[in-house]
Write a protein that binds this ligand. Structure first.
Ligand SMILES: Cc1cc2nc3c(=O)[nH]c(=O)nc-3n(C[C@H](O)[C@H](O)[C@H](O)COP(=O)(O)OP(=O)(O)OC[C@H]3O[C@@H](n4cnc5c(N)ncnc54)[C@H](O)[C@@H]3O)c2cc1C
Length: 290
């Protein structure tokens, strides 16, 4: 997607995330309808917290707060240093449905960036397979943009993206730009649809056509069932679990490791995740309803 309002922010020192008891004021600078029920919001952040929010790393998230309505954790879809900050949101509940009714110029509150990021700095030289289901693509967008902007830092880079129907395959202009940057993008839909001549099925089946070699690393975000099936398929191809990272999108409240709402075994998804290396949480992934 191209945002006419997008500018790189001058690099000023950022002082870490906004503490959980403070907020920055944000104004919706632009809106983009990506897919049915999915909309992207370019948020212009007021001072004094702007630099803290634009100093995010790929895979981190912000808390979006609509006073009187509630707060929701939303991945930061824009790459580090980009302002306005981009969030892509599926309207599913209280906060996200109210957000979907807001317009350009409306204000909301925001705090972040929180959580652990995709370990791209550890993966320089790796072949990346970046796999996403549905709105999970928002969580990996910044990582794909980083790989596209620093193409020489990585080997082969592939994006595997699946959604219900062709209309749900959002970020189409990004996908064209990623392909132009030398990234392989493979798309799949769950439902056979008139006019769609691509594959029908689920994201893990796209892995079959991807080379998995010693240098391969997988990062993924999407429904947990998809991520579990992808891990099984990748490990079956010989990928070691230490080369597989996933983002766990559990509901959270404080986002600062206090309240325990997002507790996952001994881990708090807000501060120990949302990005986890598979071997760190594999035994909890096997526990139903955890
Ligand atoms: C780290 C992290 C990053 C996230 N990033 C994003 C993001 O970038 N974009 C985004 O849209 N969401 C994202 N989410 C998910 C989002 O925080 C939740 O969907 C949140 O519950 C929405 O708040 P709400 O008040 O609108 O919904 P709530 O009032 O909390 O209600 C949510 C209701 O919808 C159901 N529900 C939740 N998710 C879905 C879904 N995907 N499909 C259908 N039903 C669902 C729940 O079971 C519940 O009944 C992220 C979550 C986490 C933890």
């Amino acid at each position: 997607m191209s945002w006419s309002v997008g500018t790189a922010t001058a690099a000023a020192p950022a002082a870490g995330p906004i503490p959980p008891w403070e907020y920055a004021q944000a104004t919706i600078a632009a809106l983009h309808d990506d897919a049915p029920g999915v909309r992207s919001y370019a948020l212009a952040i007021d001072e004094p917290h702007r630099n803290r929010l634009v100093a995010s790393l790929p895979g981190q998230f912000n808390m979006l707060y609509l006073p009187g309505i509630g707060e929701a954790a939303i991945s930061i879809a824009s790459p580090p240093g980009e302002h306005p900050v981009l969030h892509t949101v599926r309207a599913v509940g209280n906060v996200t449905k109210h957000l979907a009714g807001m317009r350009v110029g409306d204000d909301l509150l925001i705090r972040g960036p929180y959580g652990r990021h995709w370990p791209l700095e550890e993966l320089v030289g790796a072949d990346l397979i970046i796999a996403a289901g549905g709105v999970g693509l928002a969580s990996v967008r910044a990582a794909v943009c980083q790989a596209a902007n620093h193409r020489d830092h990585f080997g082969r880079v592939a994006v595997l993206f699946g959604a219900k129907s062709p209309d749900d395959l959002f970020y189409q202009s990004d996908i064209a730009a990623w392909r132009a940057a030398g990234i392989a993008v493979e798309l799949i839909v769950d439902q056979d649809t008139a006019g769609w001549d691509g594959p029908v099925g689920f994201v893990p089946q796209l892995l079959r056509d991807q080379p998995v070699v010693a240098a391969t690393a997988v990062i993924t975000c999407g429904p947990e069932v998809m991520m579990r099936a992808l891990a099984t398929a990748a490990f079956g191809r010989g990928l070691p679990p230490e080369r597989f990272w996933l983002s766990m999108e559990r509901n959270m409240h404080c986002a600062a490791g206090f309240c325990g709402l997002c507790q996952f075994g001994p881990e708090f998804v807000c501060k120990d995740g949302p990005v986890f290396r598979h071997d760190r949480i594999s035994r909890y992934l096997e526990v139903p309803q955890l």
